[in-house]
Each structure stands twice: as C-alpha cells, then as structure tokens.
Design a binder for this molecule. Structure first.
Ligand SMILES: Cc1cc2nc3c(=O)[nH]c(=O)nc-3n(C[C@H](O)[C@H](O)[C@H](O)COP(=O)(O)OP(=O)(O)OC[C@H]3O[C@@H](n4cnc5c(N)ncnc54)[C@H](O)[C@@H]3O)c2cc1C
Length: 382
C-alpha cells in the first residue's frame, strides 16, 4: 500500500469534487482526488439533465446559482475551455399554489442581476406549447440554460492538475481513520494522510461519512430521463417546467428530453431506466403538454441516474462538527451541477481562510438537522 500525505483529499470526481479540487489547488494547497469509478462525472453529474438557472426563491440559491452561471459563461475567456454553457432559457409554468411566491421572487432574482421576465401565455406558447387552463403565471429566464456536465468536470480536473493536483481513478474509499487532527483514508491500494478530507461523494456521501463514524443524511433518489426520436419535435424547446406536476422538458440536439418527479418505488443507486415509471410520468405530463402523448420515443437514448438527496433538498456545506477534518460538500439534491463553480470556491474559502465571508452559508450547515431552531428556512426550491 502506497502512502501519500496531502493538505486536502477530495473524495469524488463529480462536478463538485472537481471544482473543489481546482479551487483548493488554486489557493496553494496540495490536493489528491480519489474516485471509485474509471473516470470523471460517472456518478450523478454525468447523468444530469444539465440545466442551469438563476431563478430561485431565496437569496443564497440565487447568488450561488447565478454566480455559477457567470462562471460557466466566462470559462472560455478565463480558462480557454468551453464548458458548453448555452443560454437556451428556462420557462416556469406556475399554478395558483406557487405563483404568488414566484412573482415575489422575480424582484429578488433581478436584485442579483439575473435577467428574468414575467411573460404572458401567448409569448410562452411561442416557446413551448402547453395547456393554459391551469396556469396562473409564467416566468422566463433567458440567460438560464444548460452546460456540458462532463465538460465542466473534466475542465476543473484539468485545471486542478495544472496546479499540481493528483487525480486517481479506480480508488474506492473503504476506510477513514483519525490521525491526530488529520484523517487517514484508504482508497484502493492507496493510503492517504490528509489535513482535510472533502466529502464530495454525491449520493454516497452518507456512506463515506459513516466510514468516519459520523452521520450525513444524504441518500440516492432515482430519476429517469426519457428521449424522443430525433427530429420528432419541430424547433427548439427551452427548459420548461410545469410546477403543478413537476414534469420538465427541453430540446437537446435533435431530440426532446423530458423527466419529472422521482419514481416513488426506488431508493438506492441505479442507472437503469425505470420504464414502468414512464407510463405514470407521461400520464402526468400530458395534463400540461398534451402533445407528449404522441411523441415517438427512442428507448436507446433514455437514461437513468440518481439525485443526491438531503432531508430538506438543500446541500450540506462545511466541516463536520464531530470530525472537523471531514468537510462535507454534498447533498445538493438535484442542483449540484449548476452550483458547482461557486461551491468549490466556498469550500476553498472555508478551508484556507477558516471562514466563509463572501456569502451567508448558514442555511447549508449540517447542524440544521440536529437543531430545528436554527435557520433552515432556505425557501422554495423551484
Ligand atoms: C436525472 C438527473 C437530472 C439532473 N438534473 C440536474 C440539472 O438539471 N441541473 C443540476 O444542477 N443538477 C442536476 N442533477 C443533479 C446533479 O447531477 C448533481 O447535483 C451533481 O452532479 C452532484 O455532483 P457531485 O459531484 O456532488 O456528485 P456526483 O457526480 O455523484 O459525484 C460523486 C462522486 O463520488 C464518487 N464516490 C462515491 N463514493 C465514493 C467512494 N467511497 N470512494 C471514491 N469515490 C466515491 C462517485 O463515484 C462519484 O463520481 C441531476 C441528476 C440526475 C440524476
């Protein structure tokens, strides 16, 4: 077994681990990344719907998401790498139950510089046709869109390597032991002694934390994405979500992709497509998008994956109170890709400076689950 000593060990080569590795190495730390699979973005990241949006209803999510979109947009100028950001837009269709909060959130979003408009049914129908009967209001974010999840992750890892980071694949972490204030991690045949261990293990973060003897409430939640046959839908549809049902869709290349709420039957990690769930999802989807009923599908282009869910569907960021050398950056519950640039920056700020002053991240502290009196009212997750 080879032994390495490093300032920071990052567990997980998904978007968040890769961004953390880059930002930690940029701040001058020696960094090792260990990943159980053969390559980057093999977990949730590579199975994402890849959408990004500044349309959130609480200041922290607006700030983290919007600054991250700016980072994706500026990647070519700043780093000479295109991570596939396209401003293809994001359309929210609201019913009565979510519209008041959504309308209020528009001002908040604009105060952070997010371009967002309230648009009428006719303008929205030009973008994506839908059943207008139940719609109380619509917002449109023209700078929201999509990125390339593999591109983002590979770019951050390449930049981290340029700063000297050591990225190791096929290294499943199987043990985490204390060594004074530091931790010793066994990953494959390697033993790594680290001052801080960043738990960026996505849906596996709870398992990684349990190796260190502590609890991190993150679990896999299965999702399936369905794809039309090529050229089945004329024109291009922006990301469109019907808030009443949770069904969402967008164009990707020549196909239309759609998905929705989790399959209620499955927990645990799986990349299999949940075909029986498709029938139920379509039944929901046609309520808002009746034309989905006639959409020819291409089974070979559909895919499955898992969200990394926390109990309140918000991420967990910060040192673990019981094992301070363990730094959690996990549980972003289906929005980790879009926030990965800023999350990596926040990890580095906290680890290197000892405190985060650039944003108030208190709502993301793990302590919120132990003490319901703490401010965990992070707001709506749309
Ligand atoms: C169908 C679907 C649609 C989604 N749509 C969106 C979207 O539109 N926008 C968005 O922002 N997000 C979306 N997400 C969520 C997004 O993919 C995640 O939030 C994000 O990728 C999380 O990144 P991560 O780096 O934390 O996790 P991951 O990408 O899962 O990376 C964690 C890594 O840790 C590794 N690992 C785990 N355990 C160990 C171990 N013991 N030893 C070594 N390595 C280990 C894993 O192999 C994995 O590669 C979607 C996810 C799915 C499945």
């Amino acid at each position: 077994m080879g032994t390495t000593t490093t300032d920071a060990l990052v567990i997980g080569a998904g978007a968040i681990g890769a961004s953390a590795a880059y930002h930690l190495s940029r701040r001058g730390l020696s960094v090792v990344v260990v990943e159980q699979f053969d390559g980057p973005a093999e977990g949730s990241t590579g199975r994402s719907f890849a959408s990004v949006r500044g349309q959130w209803a609480d200041p922290l999510n607006v700030a983290v998401s919007w600054r991250s979109i700016e980072a994706f947009r500026d990647f070519p100028a700043e780093h000479g790498i295109d991570v596939g950001y396209v401003a293809s837009g994001y359309l929210f269709l609201h019913g009565e139950s979510t519209w008041d909060a959504a309308r209020d959130a528009v001002e908040l979003q604009r105060s952070f510089g997010v371009p967002v408009e309230v648009i009428d049914v006719d303008a929205a129908q030009e973008l994506t046709p839908f059943e207008a009967g139940r719609i109380a209001g619509i917002t449109w974010g023209p700078a929201d869109g999509a990125v390339d999840p593999h591109g983002v992750t590979s770019a951050y890892l390449a930049l981290a390597r340029r700063n000297g980071a050591d990225v190791r694949f096929r290294r499943p972490v199987t043990a985490v032991r204390p060594a004074g204030d530091d931790l010793v991690v066994e990953a494959g045949r390697d033993e790594i002694h680290a001052g801080v261990v960043v738990n960026a293990a996505g849906g596996w973060s709870g398992e990684v934390a349990s190796l260190a003897g502590v609890e991190v409430p993150v679990h896999h939640s299965r999702r399936s994405i369905f794809a039309s046959a090529a050229r089945a839908v004329p024109g291009r549809r922006p990301m469109t979500i019907d808030m009443a049902t949770g069904v969402f869709l967008r164009s990707e290349g020549e196909r239309l992709l759609f998905g929705g709420p989790p399959s209620p039957r499955h927990l645990g990690y799986s990349t299999a497509v949940d075909w029986p769930w498709m029938e139920e999802l379509l039944a929901l989807g046609v309520e808002s998008f009746p034309w989905l009923a006639d959409l020819p599908l291409d089974r070979s282009a559909c895919w499955g994956g898992t969200y990394e869910m926390s109990p309140d569907h918000q991420g967990i960021l910060g040192r673990h109170p019981e094992v301070p050398a363990l730094y959690n950056a996990c549980g972003f519950s289906g929005h980790g890709l879009m926030q990965s640039p800023v999350l990596g920056e926040l990890v580095a700020e906290d680890v290197v400076d000892g405190v985060i002053t650039s944003l108030d991240v208190a709502p993301l502290r793990i302590e919120r689950f132990a003490d319901p009196g703490l401010d965990s009212t992070i707001g709506m997750t749309f």
